[in-house]
Design a protein around this ligand. Sequence first.
Ligand SMILES: NC(=O)C1=CN([C@@H]2O[C@H](COP(=O)(O)OP(=O)(O)OC[C@H]3O[C@@H](n4cnc5c(N)ncnc54)[C@H](O)[C@@H]3O)[C@@H](O)[C@H]2O)C=CC1
Length: 481
Amino acid sequence: MSLNAQPAASLFIDGRPVEGEGALLPVHYPYTGEEIASLRQASAAQVAAACRAAARAQPAWAALAPVERARVLSRAAALIRERNEELSRLETLDTGKPIQETLVADWESGAQALEFFAGLGPTVTGQMIPLGRDWAYTRREALGVCAGIGAWNYPSQIACWKAAPALIMGNAMVFKPSEETPLGALKLAGILAEAGLPAGIFSVVQGRAEVGAALVADPHVAKVSLTGSVPTGRRVYAAAAEGMRHVTMELGGKSPLIVFEDAELEDAVGAAILANFYSSGQICSNGTRVFLQDRIRQPFLDRLTERLRQIRIGDPLDPDTQLGPIVSPAQAAQIRQAIAAGQAAGARLVCGGAGEGAFVPPTVFADATDDMAITRDEIFGPVMTTLAFEDEEEAIRRANATGFGLAAGVFTRDLARAHRVVARLEAGTCWINAYNLTPVEMPFGGTKLSGIGRENSAAAIEHYSQLKSVYVGMGAVEAPY
Ligand SMILES: NC(=O)C1=CN([C@@H]2O[C@H](COP(=O)(O)OP(=O)(O)OC[C@H]3O[C@@H](n4cnc5c(N)ncnc54)[C@H](O)[C@@H]3O)[C@@H](O)[C@H]2O)C=CC1
């Protein structure tokens, strides 16, 4: 079986594949470490060319009727569905995530975003404001050229989640995938072109931070949407401020999952598994601080470890594999460091640990305290920290004692308590008796350091458009002199 995933060219600019002029960018299959493609980064001139092409093409795209833009997005969604197997295999090679996940969660979620915004876009209207004799109206207009910058955990989903609302509202987008996972976005560019997207409306440039920084600073760029870590978010937000550019920031988290003692144990354990180990724990919204009320603590840990023992770890292309490797040796080393720090700080390792090579097994800590690094810092790996609590007030206070505010979950059979607690949790995306479900119909995003703006749902439309107000004078103009 060949693992060669070399694309036709490294970049996609102005409607066609273009070879990069910058430094080499090798792509490794996380499972074997094998090089599966060798790309070249974009030069500064190529980033500028992609932005120029976007600025040139965007007005005509924005002038189309919304249903005409919607048709392109719908066709692209259909093409993704037809090719899901091939695309999912590539996503697995790029990220190392098990094929049983990528087949259902990555491109499929991207296709849903394209479908959703194709349906929603043509319903977006303005407001008519009566003013007596005169009146005013509003138009929701495109921003122009948007820059999209992605993380490595859901590369193709991220590209689709950003492109779909941007394009339906008449914007053009220049997208830079993470340097770790550059392959999926190129497929999306090809599929959109095949679906009828005009040249220049969706381009892909490759590269590391400098290429992202050049993109953010390009004078044509009106908006930047980043999925990444908080430190990168700070830098990108500051750079965007120079040009007063709009931003969407989907950043990291250290989200709480609060399990009250009346919770349905099996469901709470299942949700905690989804909240920590899916995609090898490399999910921004993960509920990595699991607060367990006293009486449920031991039964929860017993059942959790029993279920984790059954997990099938291994070859991501094997359809039975449930947990794949970590995306890169550097990321695996960081996770191991965090686990070692947890042990050194006195937290009790209930299961898991450092693992070997590319693999870190599902790892659970108990007897942790709020001040430990494993409780405070985002690890971005399969590491769950459990914390004991006594009452509701305490759980809320400790859950909120973090700079992050991406997500939160509550498990209880008492629905009045569930809503009362969720209302006080400082997080942009919350789940009651569920975790990590992100349907396209529901807004997704963070508060506090976890971000600004929302992806998915009608809320995303606001972040990819701007309001124009038009006052209409209907009679004589009275001037004082
Ligand atoms: N809230 C959300 O929706 C999600 C957030 N994340 C967060 O992403 C992080 C993991 O992803 P990574 O790829 O390691 O994040 P990262 O912050 O290292 O990189 C993100 C992207 O930003 C680019 N970049 C880095 N420096 C830049 C600069 N100065 N200017 C412009 N672009 C720059 C990178 O090349 C990459 O494409 C985690 O913190 C995770 O929580 C990941 C997925 C979803």
